[in-house]
Design a protein around this ligand. Sequence first.
Ligand code: RIB
Length: 305
Amino acid sequence: MDRNAILVVGSANMDMVVVAEKFPQPGETLFGRQFNMYPGGKGANQAVCAAKLGGETHFIGRMGNDLFRERLVQNMASDGVVMDHLLIDEQEPTGIALITVDGGGENEIIVISGSNMKLSPADVESRRALFNRVGVVLAQLEIPLETVARTAELAAAAGACFILNPAPACKLPVKLLQRVDFLTPNRLELELLAGMSILDDIESVRCAAQRLLDQGVGNVLVTLGERGSLWVTPGEARLFAARRVQAVDTTAAGDAFNGAFAFALSRGETVPQAIHFANRVAAFSVTRMGAQSSMPTAADIEEWV
Ligand code: RIB
């Protein structure tokens, strides 16, 4: 192993996905078009994305001792993720997510965390040696915040680049923000983190991102869906446009962006190159159903471009 490798510390869920023409109103019953189960979870999705693109990718997570774990592990391993560091929880079931996708490909998600929320700082600590062997560490917020904080400390101590995808968003302690090299919120997550509402213009997004830079974050990369992504550093903001596509399912587009960005950085790409690439991978992912099933290989991307 060399330091081109990537470590993802995060969640894995079995996604139960219903596709319907529109989202139901409160109290309304609708007929859906189809139902399917797909391997998901933000951490696992990002790991699968990086691995399918060709990165040596390791995953630290906690799953239950059940059938969903078996299916998720099988899927992640067959996509190339190294699963040697997985922890198994005898009390809690593997996480699940209930997802509705509407006719325009938009989604609504409810997560039941199960074993994901049992991934402790001590669990991550027990895999400490791994941090010294990777170049990029990637985490999200579907595991306990103290575990994310410990992950950030271990990444810093090992001299690895730390990317935090703050999803689903919650207020973050300044000490954690100061250890983040790249923070990758979407617009709604940025609003919550910055504590201000964001208007429809880029300047407003930049102002909110600046608040996080002021608290010590290295770079803020805001994912803006079909508008692309905005890279904000002290004194500069640069918009990277996204390719227009017909969206089938936007679930895990953010995960595709993060996994691809981590992969490109681990390969020594510059930040602008990595953002261009991540935009492309995220756009590709929305043209396919499911989370991990929508992640492309490097060949898929080359062909598509
Ligand atoms: O980001 C998409 C993911 O969010 C889904 O796969 C679901 O499991 C939830 O974690």
